[in-house]
Ligand binder design. Structure first.
Ligand code: ZN
Length: 280
């Protein structure tokens, strides 16, 4: 029996545009199509940012709703995770999508420097959002951009403010934050095991380190993330043709580690989400 790997596809992100890679999905229609293809290729969680008509990061609830409904119509088993990150938006704008009660949402438990500014998550906001997500029944994916955020997640967990078991992602490769290093993953996994036994976890890295980070996670029992948000290339000098192409490679990688891509049912069980059929 091999163990399941949840493959998350980060469809679009806040940064890459069609000028960087024409295959990056930026309109709701493109995003829906890309999510369905990624699901067919083996991804079961879709991490979603939406864009405005000029491809800039957006918090427009209509856009979120259009993409969510489009995915649900064609691919009801896909878990849709709204991003509360993204650059160039205020804290209130970023978290406004929680009112739409996504099944999952990303949640950073602290602040960190990004390439051109501060990614701001002050203590009072972290406390408030943790409670709000718990009250609304939204499963967080805790984003650890700096190691202090891991300890804050453990503190929230100890106080009963994170849904159990927490799902935590180590984020590497963002300029001015954590670099992509296997030793960091090792440290993160050891600390996580002591602080929050039973937590599910994933790690991701940007650019050419995306694939390495997948291997580091697979070797240690973690889950993986791929997609255009983190990397627009398939290999050196060759742009990826689609999110599905990147997902397909992640699926193939699972076998090397004697693991298998989680089905949608396995994904919901691991993340303790309701089954798609019982949603109403
Ligand atoms: Zn994101």
């Amino acid at each position: 029996m091999t163990t399941p790997v949840i493959i998350t596809v980060a469809l679009t992100g806040a940064v890459p545009t069609t000028a960087d890679n024409p295959a990056v999905p930026v309109t709701p229609r493109q995003q829906i199509e890309s999510a369905v293809e990624a699901f067919d290729a083996g991804a079961t969680v879709c991490h979603l940012h939406v864009r405005d008509d000029d491809e800039r990061p957006s918090s427009d609830p209509d856009r979120y709703q259009e993409v969510r409904e489009g995915i649900a119509a064609r691919c009801p088993q896909m878990v849709v995770q709204f991003s509360t990150g993204a650059r160039g938006r205020t804290v209130e704008e970023r978290f406004s999508c929680l009112a739409m009660r996504p099944e999952m949402a990303s949640f950073s438990t602290g602040s960190v420097n990004f390439p051109a500014g501060i990614y701001e998550n002050p203590p009072d906001v972290v406390e408030r959002i943790a409670k709000e997500m718990l009250d609304l029944g939204i499963k967080p994916e805790v984003e650890v951009f700096d190691l202090a955020m891991l300890y804050k997640a453990a503190d929230l967990h100890d106080r009963g403010l994170l849904a159990t078991p927490p799902h935590i992602q180590l984020v590497m490769g963002i300029k001015n934050a954590l670099p992509p290093r296997e030793s960091l993953v090792e440290f993160f996994v050891t600390e996580l095991g002591e602080l929050i036994p039973g937590a599910t976890w994933t790690c991701m890295a940007t650019g050419r380190h995306q694939l390495e980070a997948n291997r580091w996670a697979l070797a240690r029992g973690g889950h993986v993330r791929t997609g255009f948000e983190d990397n627009i290339y398939f290999s050196k000098g060759r742009l990826a043709s689609s999110n599905a192409e990147l997902v397909t490679r992640a699926v193939e990688l699972c076998a090397e580690f004697e693991r298998h891509p989680a089905t949608a049912d396995e994904t919901r069980e691991l993340l303790t989400l309701q089954s798609a059929s019982s949603d109403s």
